[in-house]
Design a binder for this molecule. Structure first.
Ligand code: NAP
Ligand code: HSE
Length: 437
C-alpha cells in the first residue's frame, strides 16, 4: 500500500551535474528504483540531463541523449532539483548559485565547497526559498548530517569524534595489522585507487578537516570553515608509534574531533592521528570504513558506522537527499536552513584538553627519570604512566600523560628536546577516548 498518494500530473525534474564515480551511480539508482522513488515521493522523478566535461568518454548504462557539456545551461534549466556531484570549489559554487537563482533545490556531495563557503550556499538557498541538502558530503553512505541537523536538533551535542577518511583508515589499519611501513601502505592505497587525485588531501588530513568543519558547524550551531580546523595528517606516523601503541593496548587512528572547550565558551576542531584504546568503539573500525561517535547531553553516546566512500554508497546518501527535497517540492515546503545562532568562536588547538604519549630515546644513567619528570611537572603536565624499554644504548621511555592543554603538552615536548638526558624524541601523539574523558 502506498502511503503517499501519487500525483501523476506532478513530475519532479532532476538535473545531474557530474557523471563520474558518484554521478553514474545516482543516475543508475534513479532509473532502477524509479517505481519505489515515485511511491515514496508522491510524484515521479525525471532525470532531465547529466553535465560532464568530456562527451566522448564511454559511460556504460547512461543514456547518451541525457549528456551535455554545458553545465551552466543545465544548472539554469529550472529543474526542481539540481544534484551537484562534480566536485571542486569555484565552478561548483557558481553552478549551485545559478541553480538556486533559477528556483532549483540543490543536493550536493561537495565537502570542499561546503567547508570553504557553506555560508554563501545557505544564504542563497534562504533567499530563493529552496533546499540545500548535503548528506553525502561527510562519511559517504552513513546517515550523519540529517541526524545532526534534525534528529539531534532538540539536544546539546558536546563532542563529535570520528574516522571520516577511509583511505587513511585503510593505511593505518594495514600498518597496525600487517606491520607494513608508511611507504608500503601508501603504495597499496594508490594501487587500489583509494587516494584522491591529489593524495595530500587524504594523507595530510585536509579531506578529514573539511568534513570536520561541516560536522562542527552542525553540532555546535556555529559557523566553522576549513581554515578554522587544526590539521595534521598521517605521513609522520611510524612503525615505532604503531608498536608503542600496541604495547599499551592502543591503536592509531586519524581522528576528526569537534568539541566544546572546557568552559563552554568556544569550540575546538582538530584533525590529527591519535592513539585510542583498543576497546573504544572506534578502534574496531577497520580498513576503509568510517565511523563517527557523537556525545550529546540527553542522548548520551551514539556511533554511526558504515562506508564512507565509493560510488554506490555515496549515491545512496544523495538519493536520500533527493527524496527529501522532492517531497518538499510536492508538499510546497522547505527543509532546515543554516543554524549558526550560537555563534561560538573556534578556539586555537592549544586550548584543547588532551593527553599525550611521548616516546623518548634516553641515556641510561641515574637521574634521567628525575630530569624527565621535572620537564613534565615544570610545564604543569601530570604523568599517568611511564614505561621503560631496554637498557644501555637501547634505553627508551614511553610516557603517557593525564589531560592538560595542548599548549602545555607542546611546551613539555620542547623542554624534553633540550635535555641532555634525552637523546631523541622518537614519537609524540595525542591520546583520545580513554575512560573518564
Ligand atoms: P569524479 O569521478 O571525478 O566525477 C566528476 C564528474 O564531474 C565527472 O563526470 C566529470 O566529467 C564532471 N565534471 C568535472 N568538471 C566539470 C565541469 N567543469 N563541467 C561539467 N562536468 C564536470 O568525482 P566523484 O568521485 O564522483 O566525486 C564527485 C563529488 O562527490 C565530489 O565533490 C566528491 O568530493 C564527492 N564525494 C565523492 C565520494 C567518492 O567516494 N567518490 C564520496 C563522498 C563525496 P567527466 O566524466 O567528463 O570527466
Ligand atoms: N578520500 C575520501 C576518503 C573519499 O578516503 O574517505 C570520500 O570522501
Amino acid at each position: 500500500m502506498s502511503l503517499t498518494p501519487v500525483n501523476p500530473d506532478r513530475v519532479i525534474t532532476v538535473a545531474l551535474i557530474g557523471g563520474g564515480t558518484v554521478g553514474t551511480q545516482v543516475a543508475r539508482l534513479l532509473t532502477e528504483t524509479a517505481a519505489d522513488l515515485r511511491a515514496r515521493v508522491g510524484a515521479p522523478l525525471q532525470l532531465t540531463g547529466i553535465a560532464v566535461r568530456d562527451l566522448g568518454k564511454p559511460r556504460p548504462g547512461i543514456d547518451p541523449a541525457l549528456l551535455t557539456d554545458d553545465s551552466m545551461a543545465l544548472a539554469r534549466s529550472g529543474a526542481d532539483i539540481v544534484v551537484e556531484v562534480m566536485g571542486g570549489v569555484e565552478d561548483a559554487r557558481a553552478l549551485i548559485l545559478a541553480a538556486m537563482e533559477a528556483g532549483s533545490s540543490v543536493v550536493t556531495a561537495n565537502k570542499a565547497l561546503l567547508a570553504a563557503d557553506g555560508a554563501t550556499l545557505y544564504a542563497a538557498a534562504a533567499r530563493h526559498g529552496v533546499d540545500l541538502y548535503f548528506e553525502a558530503s561527510v562519511a559517504g553512505a552513513i546517515p550523519l548530517i540529517r541526524p545532526l541537523r534534525e534528529s539531534l536538533a532538540g539536544d546539546r551535542v558536546t563532542k563529535v569524534l570520528g574516522i571520516v577518511n577511509g583511505t587513511t583508515n585503510y593505511m593505518l589499519t594495514k600498518m597496525d595489522e600487517q606491520d607494513a611501513d608508511y611507504a608500503a601502505v601508501f603504495a597499496e592505497a594508490e594501487a587500489l585507487g583509494y587516494l584522491e587525485a591529489d593524495p595530500t588531501l587524504d594523507v595530510d588530513g585536509h579531506d578529514a578537516a573539511a568534513k570536520a568543519a561541516i560536522l562542527a558547524e552542525l553540532a555546535f550551531h556555529s559557523r566553522v570553515t576549513l581554515d578554522d580546523v587544526y590539521c595534521e595528517g598521517i605521513s609522520k606516523v611510524t612503525l615505532d608509534d604503531v608498536h608503542a601503541a600496541q604495547k599499551m593496548g592502543f591503536v592509531i587512528k586519524l581522528l576528526a574531533v569537534a568539541e566544546l572547550s572546557a568552559d563552554g565558551s568556544g569550540i575546538i576542531v582538530r584533525v590529527h592521528p591519535a592513539m585510542i584504546p583498543r576497546d573504544h568503539p572506534l578502534a574496531s573500525v577497520r580498513l576503509a570504513f568510517n565511523a563517527v561517535f557523537v556525545e550529546a547531553e540527553a542522548a548520551g553516546e551514539m556511533m554511526f558506522y558504515g562506508r564512507g566512500a565509493g560510488g554506490a554508497p555515496t549515491a545512496s546518501a544523495v538519493l536520500g537527499d533527493l527524496v527529501a527535497a522532492a517531497r518538499n517540492r510536492v508538499t510546497g515546503s522547505v527543509g532546515p536552513g543554516e543554524s549558526t545562532y550560537s555563534g561560538l568562536p573556534v578556539l586555537p588547538v592549544g586550548e584543547a584538553l588532551t593527553r599525550y604519549y611521548v616516546n623518548l630515546d634516553v641515556a641510561d644513567r641515574p637521574g634521567v627519570l628525575a630530569s624527565i619528570a621535572a620537564a613534565f611537572a615544570d610545564n604543569g603536565v601530570s604523568i599517568q604512566v611511564v614505561r621503560q624499554d631496554g637498557h644501555g644504548d637501547e634505553a627508551g621511555l614511553i610516557v603517557r600523560t593525564h589531560r592538560a592543554t595542548d599548549d602545555a603538552l607542546r611546551r613539555t615536548v620542547d623542554t624534553l628536546r633540550e635535555l641532555d638526558t634525552v637523546k631523541r624524541v622518537v614519537g609524540v601523539m595525542r591520546v583520545e577516548g580513554e575512560v573518564g574523558e
